[in-house]
Design a protein around this ligand. Structure first.
Ligand SMILES: C[S@@+](CC[C@H](N)C(=O)[O-])C[C@H]1O[C@@H](n2cnc3c(N)ncnc32)[C@H](O)[C@@H]1O
Length: 296
């Protein structure tokens, strides 16, 4: 049954409910979590299994010691900032870790006192819900298309792209060799290799691949990993190379935010419907950070 058919049946059902109960029923549908199990599909379970496999292979902060530049950049943030990877840890898991004392949402303003302030949390990965939104709501049918995730890190975009889309090829580009190893192990274990390939490479060396890419995904790739001058160089390369008319570009944050120095005149922004409920973990603010563009 598709959306329009289901809507019609629901309207017919609601017409039969006694009028004083209608409001109660609608409120229950909107606010209760008793229907959330309907949203838990098999693909989400596979993504959860992958996160279970990855968690013990990384420190709690999900960053490797080999990411020296990223560690340094985080220390330079205006407010104390910690990395909590939202692909590996759901909000509920973070709450549980905070209760155990393994994680904290606050830092002490003067040691030993009760004066605390909230820590800034960032994630270097999309959450499972954001990934579902990306492939089920934001992007069109990807049959026969080539998708490239720039900075594939844990590989979350590649696994979700494999499970939720019909893209014929999904490439991950990643600078850090430790993450390449992790991704290859998962690709092998879950038998994704017929459509997924991970390349240990700087995006700026991938002229041939980018010129034949249909969908380029860039989730906060450079901000924490490259100096400003290198970021400008990398964006210039992408603007010159990723040029096939009609190809799609997904970015977090918006191009306007990332490219204040360079004018993104080679793309047009497409409208996105962010009003979608994907379960209790849905963070509408995080979804709104995801932007979609078409190459002109
Ligand atoms: C924020 S993470 C993106 C994670 C992943 N795409 C996701 O959405 O879940 C950015 C990653 O980009 C990698 N990276 C940074 N600059 C890169 C470059 N020039 N080429 C390839 N990877 C790069 C970093 O090592 C880091 O792992």
């Amino acid at each position: 049954m598709n959306f329009d058919e289901a809507k019609l049946e629901l309207q017919q059902l609601l017409n039969k409910v006694s009028p004083p109960e209608v409001g109660k029923l609608l409120d229950w549908m909107k606010n209760s979590d008793e229907l959330d199990h309907l949203l838990l599909d098999n693909n989400k379970l596979i993504l959860q299994n992958i996160a279970d496999d990855l968690r013990p292979r990384l420190p709690l902060e999900a960053m490797f010691p080999s990411e020296a530049a990223a560690h340094q950049k985080m220390q330079q943030c205006a407010r104390p900032t910690v990395h909590v990877d939202s692909f590996l840890y759901s909000d509920e898991q973070v709450d549980a870790l905070c209760e155990e004392g393994a994680m904290s949402r606050n830092y002490c303003l003067s040691c030993g006192s009760f004066r605390t302030a909230p820590l800034e949390f960032i994630s270097h990965s999309f959450s499972a819900t954001e990934l579902q939104f990306l492939f089920q709501n934001l992007l069109p049918d990807l049959s026969g298309r080539t998708v490239v995730d720039v900075g594939s890190r844990l590989g979350a975009v590649l696994y979700a792209g494999y499970l939720y889309s019909s893209a014929s090829r999904l490439f991950g580009l990643e600078l850090n060799e430790d993450f390449i190893r992790l991704q290859n192990d998962i690709v092998h274990k879950y038998k994704f290799s017929d459509r997924v390939q991970v390349l240990h490479a700087d995006v700026c060396t991938q002229e041939v691949l980018l010129s034949s890419t249909d969908v380029l995904i860039m989730n906060n790739v450079f901000e924490y990993f490259m100096e400003s001058s290198q970021q400008v160089r990398a964006w210039s390369f992408i603007m010159q190379t990723f040029r096939r008319r009609g190809s799609l570009l997904v970015t977090v944050p918006s191009l306007q935010e990332s490219l204040s120095a360079l004018q993104p005149g080679w793309v047009e922004e497409l409208p996105v419907d962010y009003d979608v409920y994907l379960g209790r973990d849905t963070d509408p603010e995080a979804l709104r950070q995801i932007h979609l563009y078409r190459i002109m």
